[in-house]
Design a protein around this ligand. Structure first.
Ligand code: ADP
Ligand code: MG
Ligand code: ZN
Length: 472
């Protein structure tokens, strides 16, 4: 039996900011440029004598993030040089922030934020060429924010939830695409376990994580790896190191032991002005202009629509789907109708989208009409699913399709009553069995009516009429 250990996690998250130009030069900031070394200039190539100019939009983006996290926005902030040698950093230093980050404090999903600062991204290296490597400078100098959390996360799931929420916040603010597969959002997982809840264990840092799922798996893997070592009395084999995540093996591996006491020799960059943010930005105006954020939207959806939490999450993650759903809800108005609509959207529409890439959201009025028809008994739920599968491709009127395909159900009690009576008269044995106590026999009569009506009868109404007529 393994002992009980307490897990501690702190995250360091980088996100590329969505600006037109790079952080310190006029080069295009284009994460989708595939040709190498297209968006470069003497500044981001570190030619001697060039000088950086601060991208105001990037600073504003980090302030917005800080406001969204209820953080403190610094009055005074400055940029520092972080010195190190590597081919992807042409100046041999990265412009970053050390003592005076733009943002400090704040929280998200109950996780305390240490700081958010602004820096420049590095170039990208390609090491798959054999005996040489290639460097692409398109990414060099792209504005990059780094958010650091306090070591207050206690499980893989909490870490995943925080990461996903931050991604949504960055997208709602419009400051980053935050796509992890594209490297626009990069997570470093710091994790330790300890027997004593009041003491931290030795932490390791896990890199090359390319999805939140991978982050959760990496955290679980590390908890397991370290627990096994501690259980075996080999705690001294847990060392402070950088580990990588191997997606194929679903395992972490040691990359660099003991961060050889990194000395980056930080100092304020003398080429850049110090910033007094309150003199440059109207912070309160920025605060008042923040868009609705995921948590506020969640609460509004809960209060206004009474739909399931899983449904709400689908609308939080996919903003387009969310605003489409809101329009559907405004059209249908009635709460029960909205609930049914939400079921069709999250289970049926999203299901269709998974199997058919061509599936698109239909026009609001067409979808609303479909919901009205199924709730009004004009079509069966089977029919509604079939019609939905068609309108996500051709966006036609459900009524028109239902008429063409003979999917309209007869729910006119007067005309159905005649057929029901006819079937009762034609099946005296079944009727006797039913009246003798075998309640299931009624289903055979329902089948008879369906057949007689060529499938057009609404089965719920048929059942109701049969029961009425047979108890007389
Ligand atoms: P380093 O100097 O090694 O970069 P920091 O103190 O800057 O360490 O912290 C980096 C990240 O590691 C932060 O997110 C922090 O919350 C987290 N962290 C610090 N100590 C621990 C620990 N014992 N276990 C888990 N995470 C930790
Ligand atoms: Mg660190
Ligand atoms: Zn440039």
């Amino acid at each position: 039996m393994s002992k009980q250990y307490y897990t501690t996690i702190g995250l360091e998250i980088h996100a590329e900011l969505k600006t037109n130009s790079k952080m310190f030069c006029g080069c295009k900031n284009d994460p989708d440029e595939e040709k190498p070394n297209i968006n470069i200039c003497p500044v981001c190539m570190a030619h001697p004598g060039t000088l950086p100019v601060i991208n105001k939009k990037a600073v504003e983006s980090v302030i917005k993030v800080g406001l969204a996290l209820n953080s403190k926005i610094a009055d005074f902030t400055e940029f520092d040089r972080k010195n190190y040698f590597y081919p992807d950093i042409p100046k041999a230093y990265q412009i970053s922030q050390y003592k005076y980050p733009i943002v400090s404090g704040g929280s998200l999903k109950g996780v305390d934020i240490t700081r958010v600062h602004l820096e420049e991204d590095t170039a990208t290296s390609k090491h798959d060429k054999g005996d040489y490597s290639l460097v692409d400078f398109n990414r060099a100098g792209v504005p990059l924010m780094e958010l650091v959390t306090e070591p207050v996360i206690h499980s893989a799931k909490e870490a995943g939830d925080f990461g996903r929420e931050l991604q949504a916040v960055l997208r709602y603010l419009g400051v980053s695409e935050a796509n992890m597969e594209k490297g626009q959002m990069r997570v470093e997982l710091n994790i330790s376990i300890s027997e004593d809840p009041n003491k931290f264990g030795t932490k390791v840092e896990v890199k090359n994580i390319n999805s939140f799922k991978a982050m959760e798996r990496a955290a679980e893997y590390e908890v397991k790896r370290m627990s096994v070592l501690l259980d075996a009395g080999k705690g001294d084999e847990i060392v402070q190191e950088t580990r990588g995540w191997d997606e194929n093996k679903q395992a972490t591996f040691s990359q660099r032991k003991k961060e050889n006491a990194n000395d980056y020799r930080y100092f304020p960059d003398p080429d850049l002005p110090k910033l007094f943010l309150s003199k440059i930005f109207d912070i309160e105006k920025l605060r008042s202009e923040l868009p609705e954020l995921p948590e506020a939207k969640r609460n509004r959806y809960r209060a206004d629509y009474g739909i399931k939490d899983e449904d709400i999450e689908s609308y939080i993650v996919d903003q387009e789907l969310g605003s489409w759903f809101e329009q559907v809800a405004n059209t249908l108005k009635d709460k029960e109708k909205v609930k049914t609509a939400s079921n069709y959207i999250t289970s049926d529409y999203l299901g269709l989208k998974k199997i058919n890439l061509e599936a698109k959201l239909p026009a609001i009025e067409n979808f609303a009409e479909l919901i009205e028809m199924v709730l009004g008994g004009d079509i069966s739920s089977r029919g509604a699913k079939d019609i939905l599968a068609m309108i996500v491709i051709n966006n036609e009127s459900p009524k028109k399709i239902a008429e063409e395909k003979g999917l309209i159900q007869n729910h006119d009690e007067g005309s159905l009553k005649e057929i029901v009576q006819k079937v009762i008269d034609a099946n005296p044995v079944v009727v006797a069995t039913y009246k003798g106590g075998k309640e299931n026999a009624i289903m055979s009569l329902v089948g008879g009516v369906m057949k007689e009506s060529k499938g057009s009868a609404n089965p719920q109404i048929v059942l109701k009429l049969l029961k009425e007529l047979l108890t007389k």
